[in-house]
Design a protein around this ligand. Structure first.
Ligand SMILES: N[C@@H](CCC(=O)N[C@@H](CS)C(=O)NCC(=O)O)C(=O)O
Length: 209
């Protein structure tokens, strides 16, 4: 059976849990990382020398890097749905997947750690404000892309929705001021559509911790 190693409040683990659930594949999730530890242990680092989560073991096939894992699961179980068969559609899905980790991630990591994992008295509010102002225009870019589209690729849900969809739950639910930000209605409609998916509700649209 597919084993997914990683704590469930890690965004990169959430992407994999969400993808596996969308594929309808059975899996066992094993708590590793954060307060659970284990990722500094030889047994874990023999699978993933980075000591990071997630890692999967699919009946002996070991893979790490969350987007590689999402692509692997999509190709194996979701050809024509999660995994776009048309190369230009796959390129588009890949683009938004990579954009999440290369462009969106820096500011979002600052915001998430500052608002969720840092005690209020220790928050660096000026750093959080700078991250909020730098990150809002990036989400605006995705908002604009989603105008007239139900999902990242258009009508159909695909792996291209997964990394940005996992991060969007955080963006829309972090407790910072929003009154001065543009409304981003297309992003919100897409988020509402994702929230109709049981796999998204189970693994991503959960309390931020
Ligand atoms: N590029 C890697 C990043 C993995 C990563 O940074 N994972 C974090 C959690 S999101 C981690 O393992 N942190 C240490 C820990 O949880 O103990 C991926 O996408 O899989």
């Amino acid at each position: 059976m597919l084993k997914i190693y990683g704590r469930v409040n890690s965004i990169n683990v959430q992407k994999v849990l969400w993808a596996a659930s969308e594929c309808g594949v059975g899996f066992e999730q094993v708590d590793v990382g954060g307060a659970f530890g284990g990722n500094d242990q030889p047994w874990y680092q023999a699978m993933n020398p980075n000591g990071l989560v997630p890692t999967i073991d699919d009946d002996g096939y070991v893979l790490w890097e969350s987007h590689a894992v999402v692509r692997y699961l999509a190709a194996k179980h979701g050809a024509g749905s999660l995994w776009p068969v048309d190369p230009s559609e796959r390129g588009e899905a890949d683009r938004w997947m990579d954009w999440q980790q290369t462009t969106l991630q820096t500011g979002m990591t600052t915001l998430f750690w500052g608002w969720v994992r840092t005690p209020a008295a220790q928050r660096d509010l000026s750093m959080l404000e700078a991250a909020r102002l730098a990150t809002a225009p990036l989400w605006q870019r995705l908002n604009d892309h989603l105008a007239g589209r139900e999902h990242v690729l258009g009508p159909a849900f695909s792996m291209g929705d997964i990394p940005v969809g996992a991060m969007c739950h955080r963006w829309l639910n972090l407790p910072f001021e929003r009154a001065d930000l543009p409304e981003q209605p297309h992003l919100r409609s897409w988020y509402d559509r994702l929230c109709q998916r049981s796999a998204y509700r189970a693994h991503v649209a959960v309390k931020l911790t």
